[in-house]
Write a protein that binds this ligand. Structure first.
Ligand SMILES: Nc1ncnc2c1ncn2[C@@H]1O[C@H](COP(=O)(O)OP(=O)(O)OP(=O)(O)O)[C@@H](O)[C@H]1O
Ligand SMILES: [Mg+2]
Length: 252
């Protein structure tokens, strides 16, 4: 990246971030800069700390040492009010769809609007239906999560993350467990959001198809730090033994 870019171009900055749970050191000096409008993908073995990294961005976890900055705000110093305000401008697609099972899909998607805006019920319904349409599950509106397939739940989770038209979206394995066709359509949707609406994205994924379609840059989270940060094309053709070992014979 161009070192001469103004610093407000950096939406997410991790500098030398450490995080441990008891004896288990998960992040060990993580550095990361995500620039406005780019989509940055994180790959890495299971349990390496990908979800933990995302949770620092949204303020669900606090680092033990180092700096986590989101839109210029030091996340360890931010007030509850500022955090709430920031979260209304961020979308989070959880690894598990994480829908409330006693609410319909429509009500799940509406939640962030109810929490952060004073829109009327009619306005909320219109927006919710529009987002369910966008992720191609318009019929889910009245259904309970138990009546939806895994893929549909994922899409409803995506619609909920998009409902406030966030400027930054964090995706935790948006295509895990989905069939190739649906995965591909979700990947294209993520790309479209970045291209058309200039949404900044941080995407955790195990799928090569996902990084090829959505990624501007990609890095491998390994040993608590991000390594081999490069374009998807460079990443996938790298001669680095660790990357070759990690990517193995993944074809998707
Ligand atoms: N709240 C927590 N308390 C204790 N340990 C935790 C907590 N959250 C995560 N961990 C541990 O941190 C490590 C990294 O977890 P994380 O969920 O970030 O992995 P991941 O890279 O997202 O893996 P996967 O690909 O399986 O989703 C794991 O060893 C996990 O058990
Ligand atoms: Mg995870």
């Amino acid at each position: 990246m161009d070192a001469t870019k103004p610093s407000d171009d950096v939406i997410i900055r991790f500098r030398d971030v450490h995080k441990a749970f008891g004896e288990r050191k998960v992040l060990a000096g993580l550095d990361l800069e995500v620039h406005r409008g780019e989509t940055f993908c994180i790959m890495g073995p299971s349990g390496c700390g990908k979800s933990v990294t995302l949770r620092h961005v949204i303020g669900l976890l606090k680092q033990d040492a180092g700096l986590v900055e989101v839109e210029g705000n030091d996340m360890s110093k931010i007030s509850r009010k500022e955090l709430r305000e920031m979260r209304s401008r961020m979308g989070y697609v959880f690894q598990e769809a994480a829908l409330l099972n006693w609410l319909t899909a429509g009500a799940n998607v509406a939640l962030p609007l109810r929490e952060t805006t004073s829109l009327s019920e009619a306005e909320i319904e219109l927006k919710v239906r529009e987002k369910l349409e966008l992720v191609r599950v318009p019929d889910a509106y009245e259904k309970l999560p138990s009546e939806l397939s895994g893929g549909m739940k994922k899409r409803v989770g995506l619609a909920r993350a998009l409902i406030t038209d966030p400027e930054l979206i964090l995706y935790d394995e948006p295509t895990a467990g989905l069939d190739p066709e649906i995965s591909s359509s979700i990947n294209h949707l993520i790309r479209e959001l970045a291209d058309r609406l200039h949404v900044t994205g941080l995407v955790v994924t195990h799928h090569i198809g996902c990084i090829k379609t959505v990624g501007d840059r990609v890095g491998l989270l390994d040993g608590g730090v991000l390594k081999y940060i490069s374009t998807p094309a460079e990443f996938l053709t790298s001669e680095e033994p660790r990357l070759i070992q990690f990517l193995g014979d993944r074809l998707d």
